[in-house]
Each structure stands twice: as structure tokens, then as C-alpha cells.
Design a protein around this ligand. Sequence first.
Ligand code: NI
Length: 208
Amino acid sequence: MNRRQIIIFTSGIVACVIVAWALVAVVKDRRPTRASPGGAVLITAAADIGGPFNLIDHTGKPVTDTDFRGRSMLIYFGYTFCPDVCPTELQTVARAMELLGDKGKNVVPVFITVDPARDTVAVMRDYVAAFHPRMVGLTGSAEQVKAVAKEYKVYSRKAPGTSEGTKDYLVDHTSLLYLVSADGKVKALFKGGTQPEALAKELERLTR
Ligand code: NI
């Protein structure tokens, strides 16, 4: 393996560990939990996950969580330079929205960056457009992004050894999908790797 492959491989393993850790941390105090058809891990009653945010959308407009009241959000945290996991998850989201069709018109797919230093408004605009026409990209100051990540218990850090001091670093991060219902409460979490069909099915059930 060359250096790049080693970095990607290593960060893949680290990402898996982080996801496992995040799931354990999240599941530990929460009931009921069940595995849904298709392998989506669905955690309900996630009362202490989620909360208010102040961010900037991909058009440069300031937005808060209250702007989404009356609609559901399907939120994923990641970064646009992510070589593999983020694009895969966002493709899953886009496909699930396609499968939902009209039934998903009240669900807003939201991508929140954990890497605001590189994910500027312009970068986010091009990125979300590549996945889904209704996808909203959210960035902000380092403080704003840190605050929303804390509310959602999202873990992220620069992957050690990945081109320090350059702009080519990788970021290890939690890979979960959060369904926030129309009243602003987190209703369910889906693990990374959930299949689009399973996701669409659960979204339909939970947003009816
Ligand atoms: Ni990623």
C-alpha cells in the first residue's frame, strides 16, 4: 500500500471505532432501541441529543434550528474533503429522498460540516448541489460548528499524521444520521451504512 492508501485505510478503521464508540455512548442510556428491517439501527427517545444552532447555509444566509420547525430534518455531519464515508452516506440520503418522492417533501436533507475552515459557503454550495437539489449545507464559524456538534454529541478531530500543516488533512468523525422532527426534537438515529430502502421506509413511518 502507498502512503495515501495507508492513510485512508487507517482512517477507515479509526472511523469504525469512532462509530462504534458513538453508538455505545448514545445507546447506553436510551431505551427503547431496536434494530429495524434492513439493518438500520433506530434509536428513539433521544431526549438529550440535539438542540439549538446558529449556522450559515450554503447560500450564505444565517439560519437557526427554528427555521426548520414544521419540517423534519435528516442531518448528517461530515466534511466535503472526506474521501469515502461522507459521499457514500449523502448518496444514501439522496437515494432515500428519491425513493420517498412526494412523501418526503416535508423532510429536509441537511449536511452540517465539522470542518468549517475548509468548508466555506461556496464549497458547501457546490457540494450539496451534487447530491440533491433540496439538500441544505450548513457551515459557520469554528465556534458555531463546535456548538452544534456538541449539541448532537458529534465527535470529530483532525486525523493524526494526515498531512499536518497542509490543507490536505483528513478528519475522523461520527457517522450517524439524525432525524429531527417538526417540533425540533431528535426522533431517531440511523447508523452509517444504513441502506437507502431501509432509510426511506423508516422515514416514511416516522414522519407520517
Ligand atoms: Ni466523512
